[in-house]
Design a protein around this ligand. Structure first.
Ligand code: NAP
Length: 526
């Protein structure tokens, strides 16, 4: 089976033999993909000239209705998406739920909050700016949906959520979507686009999917297009510095890799609620999706006297979690996505091992996944490392092992923990578990400028927090520096990415007329 591409309103199979999609547990081939021979320029033109105008004939409220229909349709097919997640990602039920249910929730969320925009087609920002003595000449800032296409180049780890969390705000804004899922796991995103497209919910050209290599896609980008990239920092740099993208100053939003942290406060000792909560959170982060989340904790900073107890507590929990074929109901940890990722993880583990010792795991020759052939499958043994000297270490703050690997790093004072956390050079998220308000008052602002999100948990919050790795659509997702500098979600603020700001300086009467059909941007922040 070769998955056809959906471009320019047509389903077209790519040329050649294509690339195989592989089951990471059995090594079996599941399907093939190819973008060879597909006219990507025509696909983008069609999205701009057919999909965009048809979407923008509708109001925000009407587009929210379409999103709602799409979310209902996708929800009805949830079982099929879980099946594909199992086959193509080796996902456990919990892994599949994190991606698929997260995707459905995000779609529904945007459908719901999009209705608050009701009838408008453009947004007005702020008050009228008087520019003349009599008030006859004035200024007004507006935001209008871009007339280009939104091009999504996505990562392999969240084929469903990665598509939906980007598509929902773009479509709500009236901007057509061209999604290029990562090749190894393209099937799920392809299936979701296929289901929505075949149901005819959105106008022709509103939704396209290209499976396989991006080829020369970026050569066709124009000034009014938006590129949303999620993936590694290396590919991000290539996308950002692409000649045509640079020359046209196309808007680029990057979500890249990230060395995220969790910090146990100096007030927390073994046996305390916060100590146990962070132990649980670390284990969840390591094992859910086998650590293949962009937000996953990579470093845990622990007060030096607590380090041994913390390591033992994490190791004890890990030892009860079976790693292997998710078809076995006892299995809690699945594989990484393919042999290449397994090799990349093991190489990263080697680099971290230069500065660390193994507390648990280590992927030794003895490691044997349950109900799977170690040669054919792509498992990585959950591994807890210990880095004695985090100040001197380099790799621990730099190497992202995109799998179930976490490093414990002791700290002696607040200055050191702030300095070490900052050495991630820009991250998506850091968590701080502490009841010490003085410590929190120093740490949060001390690292805030280099993080997109900081999760603070004290005893009053306890287990009610949303989770270190969990991205909620009402709050910002993204991070500065190495994390890419992009911003996604944050409720209706996500629409800003797909709108362009301009100011009209002109007759007050003309401004009044334009403003009449506009919703106010203050709604974005409500
Ligand atoms: P990747 O290798 O960088 O690939 C990402 C996407 O870029 C894929 O769709 C890939 O297509 C495409 N691509 C590769 N070369 C390209 C080029 N020259 N021009 C245009 N597109 C190109 O990343 P990945 O391995 O899929 O994802 C894992 C990484 O993503 C991790 O580092 C993780 O931290 C990061 N991530 C970040 C976030 C976030 O929100 N910040 C979320 C998820 C993942 P092919 O697959 O066809 O090569």
């Amino acid at each position: 089976m070769k998955l056809p591409n959906y471009v320019a309103g047509k389903w077209v199979e790519g040329a050649g033999t294509g690339e195989p999609l592989i089951d990471p547990v059995t090594g079996d081939e599941l399907a093939r993909i190819s973008s060879q021979g597909i006219d990507l320029g025509e696909g983008l033109d069609f999205a701009r000239s057919e999909g965009g105008p048809a979407l923008r004939q509708l109001t925000y409220g009407q587009r929210a209705e379409l999103l709602s229909k799409a979310a209902d349709l996708l929800s009805a097919k949830r079982d099929e998406y879980f099946r594909i997640s199992l086959l193509n990602l080796g996902a456990t039920q919990a892994d599949a739920s994190f991606d698929v249910d997260g995707a459905l929730y995000t779609m529904k969320y945007y459908a719901k909050i999009g209705r608050t925009f009701a009838e408008g087609k453009m947004l007005k920002e702020g008050a009228v700016v008087p520019l003349s003595k009599t008030g006859v000449f004035a200024g007004q800032h507006f935001l209008t949906p871009t007339k280009g296409a939104a091009v999504f180049i996505n990562a392999f780890n969240f084929p469903a959520w990665g598509f939906c969390e980007k598509a929902a705000p773009a479509l709500l804004s009236g901007v057509p979507v061209v999604v290029k899922p990562a090749s190894p796991t393209a099937w799920l995103a392809h299936k979701m686009v296929e289901d929505v497209a075949k149901a005819g919910i959105f106008p022709a050209g509103a939704l396209s999917v290209v499976c396989g290599s991006a080829r020369e896609l970026l050569d066709y980008i124009r000034e009014e297009d938006i590129i949303c990239f999620t993936g590694s920092a290396d590919t991000a740099a290539r996308v950002r510095s692409h000649d045509n993208v640079l020359r046209r100053s196309a808007r680029v939003n990057i979500e890249a890799d990230s060395i995220n942290s969790a910090i146990l406060g100096p007030d927390c000792t073994s046996g305390m609620d916060l100590f146990d909560l962070l132990v649980k959170e670390v284990v969840k982060e390591m094992t859910l999706k086998a650590g293949q989340k962009c937000t996953t904790i990579r470093r845990v900073f622990v007060p030096r006297p607590q380090l041994q107890a913390f390591g033992e507590a994490v190791a004890a929990r890990l030892s009860s979690m079976k790693v292997g074929n998710p078809r076995n109901p006892e299995v809690k940890v699945g594989p990484v996505v393919n042999k290449a990722q397994q090799a990349a993880c093991l190489e990263g583990l080697k680099q971290l091992s230069q500065e660390c010792s193994v507390v648990y795991g280590g992927h030794s020759a003895n490691f044997q996944p349950v109900d799977a052939d170690a040669q054919k499958s792509a498992f990585v043994e959950p591994t807890l490392l210990y880095c004695k000297d985090g100040i001197a270490a380099k790799n621990v703050h730099d190497v992202e092992v995109f799998g179930p690997v976490v490093t414990l790093v002791p700290y002696d004072n607040v200055e050191d923990v702030i300095a070490m956390t900052r050495r991630g050079r820009g991250s998506l998220v850091a968590s701080v578990f502490s009841n010490d308000s003085v410590f929190l008052r120093e740490v949060v602002p001390g690292i805030g400028d280099l993080h997109g999100r900081i999760l603070v948990v004290d005893s009053a919050v306890g287990s009610q927090h949303t989770g270190h790795g969990n991205v909620v659509p009402s709050c910002l997702h993204g991070g500065p520096g190495r994390a890419g500098g992009g911003e996604e979600l944050a409720g209706l603020r996500a629409l800003l990415l797909y709108h362009r700001r301009f100011v009209v300086q002109g007759p007050a009467s003309c401004i009044q007329e334009l403003s009449n059909s506009c919703m106010d941007t203050s709604l974005l922040y409500s």
